[in-house]
Design a protein around this ligand. Structure first.
Ligand code: 5GP
Ligand code: ZN
Length: 136
């Protein structure tokens, strides 16, 4: 993808603050961090989102997250971590090259990743369960 900024960053065409790199991924610091140490895992190959990325690579992204989060926690003195992975504009995705956010959390940091809990109605639950099982 010639016009994709994350392709250029992941493949080193554009310099970035790189925390970790292997044959499949580059892990960089986010330019607009939600908190101190906010990082992004970028695959070197272009996949738009979770629907497109191959299963094996998605699994490796999670392994990479574990590795980086474990190392970062040793140095950041954070109190927790959120992994966030947006798919589609409605879900807040702004760069359409698969990425996973690693967001360190600090007590009282005010980072807004919360929602107002709704209610799971019986009818909705039964319909979802009946229909989803056909595809799994
Ligand atoms: P999304 O909203 O698509 O899940 O997240 C995109 C993220 O990429 C945002 O957190 C934004 O700050 C970050 N970002 C966008 N452009 C760049 C860039 O050129 N370099 C870096 N390091 N981060 C970027
Ligand atoms: Zn790309």
């Amino acid at each position: 993808m010639e016009s994709c900024i994350f392709c250029k960053i992941a493949n080193g065409e554009i310099p970035s603050a790189t925390l970790y790199e292997d044959e499949d991924f580059r892990v960089i610091l986010d330019l607009g961090p939600a908190s101190r140490g906010h990082a992004l895992i970028l695959p070197k190959e272009h996949y738009k989102d979770l629907y497109e990325i191959p299963e094996e690579l998605a699994a490796k992204a999670m392994k990479t997250a574990k590795k980086v989060v474990t190392a970062m926690t040793k140095v950041l003195d954070c109190d927790g971590y959120n992994l966030v992975q947006n798919n589609g504009e409605a879900a807040g995705q702004t760069v359409f090259h698969f990425h996973m956010h690693l967001i360190p959390r600090y007590k009282g940091d005010g980072v807004g990743l919360t929602w107002k809990p709704g209610e799971l109605e019986d009818k909705t639950r039964d319909k979802i369960l009946a229909e989803i099982r056909k595809y799994l």
